[in-house]
Design a protein around this ligand. Structure first.
Ligand SMILES: [Zn+2]
Length: 299
């Protein structure tokens, strides 16, 4: 049985034991968005996008190392040939865990500069007890960017833009305006409260700013590949942004009234959002805690 690293599990920690048991039997599902754009999924872990065509296969995110062979087989079924370019939306192991394997198969890895910085050194992810060890050098991006990057492949003008201090400090979103498809990475997860990894440079206000900026870029027809969960649309993203904004404002109001964290948590301010966004591993009280600590400048 393959062993996966605990720290690599961004969102499936509750299912870790079953994930370990199932990794060998994993079936990667392929969701067709357009003839040349597909989403690959496995068990609610980080969603992947495949952009295929005459310029070769382009992959955005790659989940876990033990799944690389199966992910590659799923890609071969779409379009035979190596993954030529591999992009990461951010450094978390459930999105970049296959980097070394795909690099060894010939992929060139490209990501925000902070993805390289974080993959090349040990990391401590908030909410997780174990550190994420530095990845082997082959897993590090060999091309990095700062604010933005444009690539022109397989008939798409891919707009890649960095959003500051959102889910982490190395997030990038991938927008394909011609086909109107967006991969948000973990800056958005369908039907779940966001995980804002403050230890990795994420912040509540940055997450909100990223959402608002992205929402001005897309329209109601945009097909969104979220970091986790099924395909989504602009309304789903807007609803998540509005919920977080509402919760942030409510927590700030209580801080101004002089309440401490325990008193604020006792108010259950996120109750009305739980049915819609509470299915992931971040519950509303965890987000309230994140908001409070972010506001107070606490670790
Ligand atoms: Zn993540």
């Amino acid at each position: 049985m393959h062993k996966i690293r605990l720290f690599a599990i961004c969102f499936i920690a509750p299912f870790l034991s079953s994930a370990q048991a199932n990794m060998d039997d994993a079936v990667i599902s392929t969701v067709k968005i357009k003839d040349h754009i597909h989403m690959l999924q496995w068990q609610g872990a980080g969603n992947m996008m495949v952009l295929s065509g005459k310029d070769g296969n382009v992959l955005v995110d790659d989940q876990f190392a033990p799944l690389a062979k199966k992910i590659n087989e799923a890609i071969q079924a779409i379009n035979p040939g190596i993954v030529k370019y591999l992009f990461n939306t951010h450094y978390h192991g459930d999105h970049s865990g296959g980097n070394e394997n795909f690099a060894n198969m010939g992929a060139t890895i490209i990501a925000h500069q902070n993805v390289r910085a974080r993959l090349s050194a040990d990391q401590r992810i908030i909410n997780f007890s174990q550190p994420q060890k530095a990845a082997p050098e082959a897993a590090w991006p060999v091309i990095t960017f700062g604010d933005e990057l444009n690539v022109f492949l397989n008939g798409e003008d891919v707009m890649i833009f960095h959003v500051e201090h959102a889910h982490t400090d190395g997030d990038a979103l991938y927008y394909l305006p011609r086909s109107n498809v967006l991969h948000t990475g973990d800056c958005f997860m369908k039907g779940r409260f966001p995980f804002i990894d403050r230890n990795s440079g994420g912040s509540v206000d940055g997450w909100l700013a990223a959402a608002s900026r992205t929402l001005t870029l897309i329209d109601e027809e945009t097909i969104i590949i979220p970091g986790h969960g099924d395909l989504a649309n602009k309304k789903d993203y807007r609803d998540a942004r509005d919920a977080v904004m509402s919760l942030r404002d409510a927590v700030k109001g209580k801080i101004r009234e002089g309440l401490d964290l325990d008193q604020i948590k006792a108010l259950n301010l996120g109750k009305s959002f739980d049915a819609t966004f509470g299915s992931g591993f971040i519950k509303s009280d965890a987000l309230v805690t994140t908001i409070y600590k972010d506001e107070m400048g606490e670790k």
